[in-house]
Design a protein around this ligand. Structure first.
Ligand code: PGA
Length: 243
C-alpha cells in the first residue's frame, strides 16, 4: 500500500525565508528516510511554490486552490495551467475553510479544468457537526453531473469539527465513514471505487499510526502538524513503516 502524506500549510509561514527553511528541513529529512512506499505532497501558499522547484520523485507540490479557467480577465485568481507550468502536481479543492469563508463554488468546473492539464485534485468533504454525516452525500452530489470524471482525483475526508481542534475522529469511525463514502462514490460511478481516500483533522505523530492502520485509509491531509518539520517527518516515518 502506498500512502500519500499531504502537508497543508494553509496561510503559513509568514515569510519566504521561513518557508524555505521549512521546505529544506522537510526535504533533507525525506532524503534521509528515503521513503519507498510513501509519497509526500507539500501544499504551501501559492507565492512560495516557485521557491521549491518542480515536483520530483517522492516529493510533489500541491496548490491549496485554483480557478476554473486557464487564463483571462479574472483579477486575483490563479489558474491550473499556471500551477502546472510551475511543476505542481496536485490541487486541494473544496477545503472546508474555503467553503466557510469564500462560499466555495464551481468545484466541478475547477476539477474539470485540472483534469484537462493532468493536475490531480484532492477533493475535500466533511461534516460540520459530529455525527451529521448526511452532508457528505450532498457534498458529493455534483459528481453525478460529472460521472465522466473517471478516478483521477483523490478524496479527503476532513470532519470540520476535527480541523485544528485537537479532537481527531476515532479510527474505527473513520473506517466506517470511509466505507460509506466508497459506497456513495461507487453508486455515482463504478470507476470511483479506485479513488484513494485520505483523512484530515488534527492528525499528529501520536495518532497517525492508528488513524492509518485502523482507519484503513490511504493517506493523510495534515495542517498544523505539517508546519514543524520534525513532527511532520515523524508521521512520514510512521506511514513508511506501515505501508
Ligand atoms: P489540522 O488541519 O491538521 O490542523 O487539523 C487539517 C486540514 O485542514 O487540512
Amino acid at each position: 500500500m502506498k500512502y500519500l502524506i499531504v502537508a497543508n500549510w494553509k496561510m503559513n509561514p509568514e515569510s519566504p525565508l521561513k518557508a524555505k527553511l521549512l521546505f529544506n528541513s522537510i526535504k533533507k529529512g525525506i532524503k534521509k528516510i528515503q521513503p519507498k512506499k510513501t509519497k509526500i505532497v507539500l501544499a504551501p501558499p501559492f507565492v512560495y511554490l516557485p521557491l521549491f522547484g518542480r515536483s520530483f520523485e517522492n516529493l510533489s507540490l500541491c496548490a491549496q486552490n485554483c480557478f476554473w479557467e486557464q487564463k483571462g480577465a479574472f483579477t486575483g485568481e490563479i489558474s491550473p495551467l499556471m500551477l502546472k507550468n510551475l511543476g505542481v502536481e496536485y490541487v486541494i479543492l473544496g477545503h472546508s475553510e474555503r467553503r466557510k469563508y469564500f462560499q466555495e463554488k464551481k468545484i466541478g468546473q475547477k476539477m474539470k479544468a485540472c483534469f484537462k492539464i493532468n493536475l490531480k485534485p484532492i477533493l475535500c468533504v466533511g461534516e460540520k457537526e459530529k455525527g451529521k454525516i448526511q452532508i457528505l452525500k450532498k457534498q458529493l452530489d455534483f459528481l453525478k453531473k460529472n460521472s465522466n470524471f473517471k478516478s483521477h482525483f483523490l478524496l479527503a475526508y476532513e470532519p470540520v469539527w476535527a480541523i485544528g481542534t485537537g479532537k481527531y475522529c476515532q479510527p474505527k469511525k473513520i473506517k466506517k465513514i470511509v466505507q460509506i463514502l466508497r459506497e456513495i462514490l461507487a453508486k455515482i460511478n463504478q470507476d470511483f471505487r479506485k479513488i484513494k481516500i485520505l483523512y484530515g483533522g488534527s492528525v499528529n505523530s501520536q495518532n497517525a499510526f492508528s488513524i492509518l492502520k485502523e482507519g484503513q485509509i490511504e493517506g493523510l491531509l495534515i495542517g498544523k502538524a505539517s508546519l514543524k518539520a520534525k513532527e511532520f517527518l515523524k508521521i512520514v516515518k510512521i506511514a513508511e513503516k506501515i505501508s
